[in-house]
Design a protein around this ligand. Sequence first.
Ligand code: AMP
Length: 197
Amino acid sequence: MARLLIVGPQGSGKGTQGIRIAEAYGIPAISTGDMFRAAVASGSDLGNQVTEIMQSGNLVPDELTSAVVRDRLTQADAAQGFLLDGYPRNVGQVADLDAFLAGRGEQLDAVIELVVPREESIERLTLRAAEQGRADDTEEAIANRLAIYERETAPILDVYRERGIAVEIDGVGTLDEITDRLIAALEGRGLSRSTAA
Ligand code: AMP
C-alpha cells in the first residue's frame, strides 16, 4: 500500500513516471490535468467551467479541484493507495488534501520531487506541443504555467520536506533510468512493491 504524490515542473516527465510508478505499485495514477482534459473533451459542465482557465495556463479554483479529487479518491480502486499527479498544486490544496485524508485516518507516505533544469522542461514542452498539439502548450501558456509552478507549487515542497516525506529525484536521463531511481528511492523509504496493495 502506498499513498504517493509526484511533483515537478511541466515537462519534467512526471505524468509518464507517475504512470510507471503506479503500475509498479498496483495503485491508480490520478492526474488532475488528465481528468480536466477528459472533462473538456466530453463537453461536461465541469469541462465547460475549466476550458478557458486551462487554455490560459492558469489554475482551476481550489474548491472545484479539491472536490474533483475527493470524488476520485473515494472510488474503490483508491482505497489501497494511489499516486497523485498534479494535485495538490498550492498550499491551499495541501490543506484540503490533508483534511480529507485525515478524515480517513490516512496521510501521504512519500512526495516525489522530479528535478529537471528549466531549459530542459521548456525544451520538452515545446517538443510535446509540436507532437500532441495540446491547447495549453502555446509559448505564452507554457511560460505562465512554469511561473505558476515556481510561485505556487514549489512552496508545497517545503511543507512536505518539513514533514520528512519529500524525496528528491534527478529527472534527467532515460525513462528507465529515472523509473529505477524512483523505485529505489521509494524502496529505500520502506515502500516496497511486494507489500503493495
Ligand atoms: P497538467 O496536465 O497537470 O499540467 O494540468 C493542466 C492544467 O489543468 C493546468 O494548467 C491547470 O489549468 C489545470 N490543473 C491541473 N491540476 C490542477 C490543480 N491541482 N489545481 C488547479 N488547476 C489544475
